[in-house]
Structure formats: structure tokens, C-alpha cells
Design a protein around this ligand. Sequence first.
Ligand code: ZN
Length: 511
Amino acid sequence: MDHSGPPSHSFVSELLRISSNLGESNSNSGLLSNSLAAAVSNVLSGLPNILNHNTVESLLIRDIGEDEFDGEGRPNQRRKSKSLRSVAATMGTISDVRALEHQTLKVPYEILNKKFRIAQKNIDREASHVQNSINDLEKAVKIQPSDEINKDPPVTVGKINELLMGVVNRLTVLKRKSIECMSEELEAVTVCKRRLEHLKEYCNRSVIAEQTHGAHPDTLELQDPYLANWKKQRMDRMLVDHCLRSGFYETAIQLARYSDIEPLTNIEIFLVCRDIEDSLTKHETSRCLLWCHDNRSKLRKIRSTLEFSLRQQEFIELVRTNQRLEAVKYAQKHFSTLEDIVGTSAQLELEQVMGLLACSPSTQIDRYRSFFDEKRWQNLVEQFRLENFKLYQLSNSSIFSITLQAGLSSLKTPQCYRKDGTRNSECPVCSELLNKLAVSLPCAHCSQSRLVCYMSGDPMNEHNQPMMLPNGYVYGEKALRRSAIANNGKVLCPRTQNTFDFKDAEKVFVM
Ligand SMILES: [Zn+2]
């Protein structure tokens, strides 16, 4: 892939171009879908590489070109730092999107992919039906009444009419199915498109906001309410996802509706998931088996053993209810076809499971007793859930919890767990609830200490010099000055409750 051209948006616009073409023509649909797949994988695989040297450099050059002179034609002195900041803003937003939005794009793409494959199968089938009925017609027309060798009865107008009607019917079905498939695919494409536009808008607005306001990338949303709203929506999207994964479906649906982000979330997938999980907890396998059947080729690709586990469970249930003959028949029917898709570890399990035929459900032999455990149904639910995530390339834990953990760990220091119980009011990890959540997380690795003012929680640096009071305690200059202005030049040390003159505080130099 060549990255020397303009950055990621070329992939994005390529995808949009192809997806809007998809609506216009259905010929070469295989080709189109391939290039659509290529475009999406370009977008996704391109994201990690976007920050390579060439792209950053080309961004830099473009930005300098635009900012070269200020309003009065004088060379812009700030241009260099501004361009660098602009690159930082772009990099910031892109890495945001890269880290947090994989499933936003990947899930609808997988759905589109699946719909396309179903459509292809349907249309192929209908097209071959049309072909067959045309063949029948041609055969009938070729029969010559004068042909003496031919013993077939001569063809009648009624017969031809009937065959023609058959062709017309087949064609009508083909047309109807094509339209149905097309509209299904278009729906999926629209979802992809809408999500891409949502992400693109964020990137564009961040760069514009940075260029107009020259703010630090992290504070852009203060300048642009659109960005603030976008980030709030992203937070809501994460929460919806987290609620869905935790089983709070109603909460998730209501939040998505309230925050108007329904098309940007993957609620539908989780609802299908809920139905299947419910049926499994009721000890029913039919829905889940149907799901396996619908997703057979994909499941085979990820070497799924879900179907094997389900069949095994059905077999166990037959033994449990003492229908041993049925169990043998069931095994003959289903296990023989499963062997080739499951690995060798399953082979061993299969042998053990067949041993159940000689056991009663109340057996005390450990190896067999575990097969009769009711917990196996719960394991099936877990297995189904994980394989469903894998199918749509969803991560096993929610983006919300991953982000929260990463954030907490980047702020956590041993100071957040001081024995004396004092906590910094400005530190999120020091707040009561987050403090508990962060207990098991690693501390941030800081090669350089950051000095933080005990009074204000502000960092102490060249803009906020550390100052030592005569009792040896150190505070930030800003906090001391504020305190002095309010108290006629006196400052109160919050640790010892002593009062000093502000002018007695001395600058501290940290080497
Ligand atoms: Zn803390």
C-alpha cells in the first residue's frame, strides 16, 4: 500500500464511492463486493499505518503551505508550532478512532458481507431455475412433428404456453428476490456509510477547530460544541455497548434512543444473542443450532466447536432421560459428520461422551459425572457468546471497560493508596469509587516525577514554581499567592496549620 499520498480519507472516500456505486448497478456484483471488501480492509488495515513518516511529513508540508503568511502578508512566526500541533491533533483524533472505533466499522461490514453472500447464493439458485425452465422450453420447441424417428407426441400450443408461463414465473421470482436482496444490502451499506461519515466528521472538525482556535488537541471540544457533543455521544455509545454486554438490554435500548445514536450501535446483534442465550438457559438447542447453520462457513473458518458442544449436550440429555437407543441413533447421525471439523481434543471428548452410554446419570465416576452437570448449559451460553463476538470481530470485553482501565492505570500512583488515608481531590484515582476499581491495576510508569501542589492539585513547573514555607512544606506559587492575597500577605500551611508571611516562602529548585 502506498502511503505517500493524502492520508486515510482517501480510503474512506474510496469506500463511499464504491458503496454509492453499489446502489446503481448490480452487474459484476462479485467484483464490486470484492473491491468493497478491499476498500474496507484498506480503511481498517490502513489506520495503524497512517501515522508513518511520509504521511506526517506531507501533512506538515500542506499545513505550512496554508499558514505561510498571516493576514497582513507577514511570514507567520507561529506557523511551525501550529503545524506541529495540527499534526498532533490529526494524530490524536486518528489514534482515537483507531483504538476505539474498530467495532463501529467492523460489525456493519461483517453484516454487509454476510448479506452479500446470502444474496449471491439466492440469486445463483434462482438464475439456475430460470435456466432450467428455458432448457425445458428449448427442448420442447426442437421436437419436430415430421420427425419419424422421434416417438414423442408432437408438441402442442398449450404445452408451449405452459412452458413459457413457467419461464415467466421463474423470471418474476428472480426479479423479486433480486430486489429483496438489493434492498437488504443497501440497508447494510447505508449503516456502514452513516458510521463512516460520523467518524469522518469528527476528524474533519477536530482539524478545523485546531486550525481556527489553535488550541491544544485535548481541549478542542471547549472551542467547538459539535466536538463536545460528539464525544458525549461516543461515551454513550460505549455505555450502550457495555450495558448490552452486561445483559442490561432495556437500559441500553433506552440510552441509545435518548441520545439518538441507535444507528451507530450494535443493538440488533445483541438482541439476537439474547434470544439464543435465553433459549439455551431453558435447555433448548434448536435456536442455537439454527444460528450455527446460518453462520456455518464462518464458524468453520474460526474453527468453532460450538456445534459439537451442542450436539454433545443433546446426546447427554438423551442418556439422562434413559433414551439410550435414541442416543446411539443421534450419535450415528450427528457425530460422524462433526469429526472432520473439530480438532483432536474434541476427538477424546467424543470418546468419553460415548462412554456415557454405559453409565447412569447418578454415576459416581468423576470423568462421567461432570458430563451430567447442569452447569454445562451455562458453559454453552458462554461459548456461544464468545463465538458470536469472534464472528463479528468484537473484543471480549467492552471498549468502555478497556478505556476506563487504561485511563485509571495511566493516572494511578502509589500516592493514591497512602496509608494515612489522605487523597488528592484533583486525582480521579483518589476518588472513592474509582479508587476501589483501580486496586488491581498497575501504576503508571513515570520516568520523571511530576510535582503536584498539595493545595490546588495543579502541577508545579516553570509556570507554577514550587515554593517552600519556613516549616519545610512545599506548595505551588499560584496557590500560595492566592492565599496571600486573600489574607493580607499571610499564608496558612494546611498540613501544620501554621501561618507565615508569603515573602518568607523560598523558591525550590528540583534537580
Ligand atoms: Zn491519586
